[in-house]
Design a protein around this ligand. Structure first.
Ligand code: TLP
Length: 343
């Protein structure tokens, strides 16, 4: 993909910054399967500290981080309560069933946030012939709900409900730093209520590859084994980890700009006839656009592409735009210009 596109498909398209590339070129490395890569070890220590957990494990992707967590927290035949449109259940190729042998128990949330009472009502009673509910998964920010944020108190209430009922809890925090930025809190305040948390360095933080799975030391030791099972044991991975260490210093402080640009885009879209943007859900860097017939997502995606703008067509009725570090105000002006009728 060449530079001239205004690529709003995802924040995953961000490229490593020049400072990241320098750090990657100069990274001190070792064999991480032996635990001997000093840069990976530094990234893991930093990640654990940022999330307020004892330890962290560098994994190649967010999906692997989530699915390793599901595997560690559950046994085959058990049930996992999750928000109905969450990533773990909907966009990870059915791995929780295929790899961990567990059943999802989807519960609808509000703006992607699970209500603790509704989630609690979905816990199975202890009859021997029922599946056993053992894990609760939450997502912050919530991707398909439009990058919505789960506030600190809502996370605490969910975590407490899980603990009270003997469930383990996991947070898919792929974009937890966007949530923390929007709320003006430290990311660890959002991670604290959950036993484990996964966050990505390869989305809005611009690193090329990787995610961190954080939890207790005992949890991370089990996760290390499961990561190896999945083929995720990497060798001189410090080259990748080095970019993550730069990301916290260089890119993390710029997330408010991504959020400001998403707001600008959302406001613009909401004024176009036939376009529906729920401005209450526009809280971070994701803009979900609803389309009224006869407007069609596929067709609009093609028109925008012809005008140099890429978006993610979710369905005939829904398009997603994601702002990120590789888009400046000039790129956003080009996007707004392209987003003018006729479609
Ligand atoms: N999300 C991607 C696509 O899969 C849709 C994107 O472009 O937003 N949790 C959440 C909340 C995510 O949004 C994603 C990726 C993941 C997990 C998985 O991360 P990766 O792609 O690294 O496996």
């Amino acid at each position: 993909m060449t530079q001239h596109w205004v690529d709003l498909r995802s924040d995953t398209v961000t490229r490593p910054t020049p400072a990241m590339r320098r750090a990657m070129a100069e990274a001190e490395v070792g064999d991480d399967v032996y635990g001997e890569d000093p840069t990976v070890n530094r990234l893991q220590e930093k990640a654990a500290a940022l999330m307020g957990k004892e330890a962290a494990l560098f994994v190649p992707s967010g999906s692997m981080g989530n699915q390793v967590a599901v595997k560690v927290h559950t046994q085959p035949g058990e049930e996992v309560i999750c928000e109905a449109s969450c990533h773990i259940y909907n966009i990870e190729t059915g791995t929780m069933a295929a790899f961990s042998g567990v059943l999802p128990r989807p519960v609808e949330g509000r703006h992607g946030v699970l209500d603790p009472a509704r989630a609690e009502a979905a816990i199975r009673p202890g009859a021997y012939y029922l599946p056993k509910t053992t894990l609760l998964c939450a997502e912050n920010t919530h991707n398909l709900a439009g990058g919505t944020v789960m506030p600190v108190e809502a996370g605490k209430a969910l975590g407490e409900m899980a603990r009270k009922n003997g469930l383990a809890s996991h947070l898919d925090g792929a974009r937890v730093f966007n949530a923390a930025t929007a709320l003006g809190v430290e990311a660890k305040a959002l991670a604290e209520p959950f036993d484990s948390v996964m966050f990505c360095i390869s989305k809005g933080l611009c690193a090329p590859v990787g995610s961190l799975l954080c939890g207790t030391r005992a949890f991370v030791e089990k996760a290390r084994k499961v990561r190896k099972m999945m083929g995720g044991g990497m060798r001189q991975a410090g080259i990748l980890a080095a970019a993550g260490l730069v990301a916290f210093e260089e890119v993390l402080p710029t997330l408010p700009e991504d959020h400001r640009r998403a707001k600008l885009l959302g406001d613009h879209l909401s004024r176009i006839p036939g376009f529906d943007v729920d401005l209450d859900s526009l809280q971070t860097n994701i803009v979900m656009l609803g389309l009224a017939p006869p407007l069609d997502g596929q067709k609009i995606g093609e028109v925008l592409k012809a005008r140099g703008v890429l978006c993610h067509v979710i369905s005939p009725r829904q398009i997603r735009f994601v702002t990120h570090h590789d888009l400046d105000d000039e790129a956003m002006s080009r996007a707004l210009e392209a987003l003018k009728a006729p479609f």
